[in-house]
Design a binder for this molecule. Structure first.
Ligand code: NAP
Length: 245
């Protein structure tokens, strides 16, 4: 296990859900966390919660789709902490819709938020990590990055794409001590997909979900895993337990 104390991490989408839980969990391990998002109040609440437990974090307002905003975010973290050890590309959106009714705007929003953002952050942090011959990049994909789902074409395209991007980047940087991993969580109990209608046919009792902190613990354990044993992909599923009748 590699101690995480005083490592510097950027977590995108840290204002809610899995990103929030990941920021809090990494801070518990002693990581200095840059919490990236657009909802300043929510991000501030995360930072306060971390500080109240004697952790170190700060929030950065950033639209992850915006090239300049990403560049400025990484520069700011460098100014504050001098390096970036861990990059968690987690920010994401899911906009439901079948292909024939899907707008180009929703397509671009999905691809830019879920995929292009990871390219922008990785492009910015890789030179920093390469210079130090170490670093961890974790890209949060999804089970929808392996299996197509009706009504989720753009989302699945972005998450399949993120896995392909991660595998390619991993091969480019592995000889420089940078470990790139994809994380594929199953259904997780967050506000994600509020715009996605409920699956009318799903059995309530079978829709067991992970908690965001369960996903966050798995991400943290990836960060502290042996760097000589690269875990390229981590699939996390809820262990379904049907409630007693
Ligand atoms: P969530 O609760 O909706 O949180 C999404 C986060 O992404 C928010 O913090 C949001 O922050 C951020 N975000 C969205 N657009 C952004 C933008 N343009 N710029 C900056 N930040 C942006 O969702 P979640 O469930 O935690 O999902 C996190 C990741 O896990 C996503 O990539 C999702 O695809 C993946 N995932 C989720 C599930 C699930 O069942 N929940 C399963 C598998 C994979 P702001 O609103 O502050 O910008």
């Amino acid at each position: 296990m590699i101690p995480l104390k005083d490592k510097v991490a950027i977590v995108t989408g840290a204002s809610r859900g899995i990103g929030r839980a990941t920021a809090i969990t990494l801070a518990r391990h002693g990581v200095r966390v840059a919490c990236v998002g657009r909802d300043d109040n929510a991000a501030h609440e995360v930072v306060e919660r971390i500080a109240s437990a004697s952790g170190q974090a700060f929030s950065i307002h950033c639209d992850v789709r915006d090239e300049w905003s990403v560049k400025r975010t990484v520069e700011f973290v460098l100014e504050q902490h001098g390096t970036v050890d861990i990059m968690i590309n987690n920010a994401g959106v899911g906009i439901h819709g079948e292909v024939e009714d899907y707008t180009l705007n929703d397509w671009h929003t999905t691809i830019d938020t879920n995929l292009t953002s990871a390219f922008l952050f990785c492009r910015a942090v890789v030179p920093i990590m390469r210079a130090r011959k170490s670093g961890r990049i974790i890209n949060v994909s999804s089970g929808a990055g392996r299996n197509g789902i009706a009504g989720y074409g753009a989302y699945c395209a972005s998450k399949f794409g993120l896995i392909g991007f991660s595998e390619s980047l991993a091969q480019e940087v592995r000889s420089d001590g940078i470990l790139v991993s994809s994380v594929l969580p199953g259904s997780t109990d967050t506000q994600f997909g509020k715009r996605i209608p409920e699956d009318e046919n799903a059995e309530r009792s079978e829709r067991a979900r992970l908690s965001p902190f369960e996903v966050a613990e798995a991400i943290a354990s990836l960060c502290e895993s042996n760097p000589n044993a690269w875990i390229s992909e981590l699939v996390i599923r809820p262990l379904v337990v049907k409630p007693k009748a």
